[in-house]
Design a protein around this ligand. Sequence first.
Ligand SMILES: [Zn+2]
Length: 232
Amino acid sequence: MFREDAYLKTASACVLAVHERGIELDRTIFYPLGGGQQGDTGVFFRESGERIAIGDTRKGDAIDSVLHVPLPGMPRPEPGEMVTLEIDWERRYSLMRLHTALHVMSCVVVAPVTGGNISPDKARLDFDIDMSLLDAGKIERETNQLIARGVATETVWIADEELDARPELVKTMSVQPPRGAGRVRLLRIPGIDLQPCGGTHVKNIAEIGGIRVLKIRSEGKRNKRVEIALAA
Ligand SMILES: [Zn+2]
């Protein structure tokens, strides 16, 4: 459900199975760790009102399966039981703002992306670029200028073959878009960025507000790391 609407904070779902690694539902608003974005945290409410705190969300073995990992000591629901889901929205919204900010920043630093990570308080991209070409002040200023355009983001789907024909769309060497479903999801920020991405994004880049560059450092020959935080 997070793919259709990243702003869903609550929903009801049915417990399909309770695995060693986590709880599987028939549908979910919890984003599982992937593409550098941390998995969601939150709560399940049972019909009795009992709370099951969820400390992490991971992908399961099957395509599109999601495992909700309860905190230690939490009660386990029964298969077939209905639960009300609630994500930690403040945390997720920070992840969405930072994630979308990385899309914008990836258009300011023109180089192949070799890695990335998004946590609620900071995010980073690694670039295959010479250190001398990375200027924190310039990256911050130009990224914030683009954010100030306040354009709406769009999700578009293209066929696998179309993506194969346009390899320039894939900036992130370490995270190849998921194949096999016949189509690939892309995030478009009109006039700024277009790239395959399965993560959660804000509707309008104005919601990012602005960013600060925290640090730039070398993590190896092909990994020059730019770390950012939200300006406010
Ligand atoms: Zn994305």
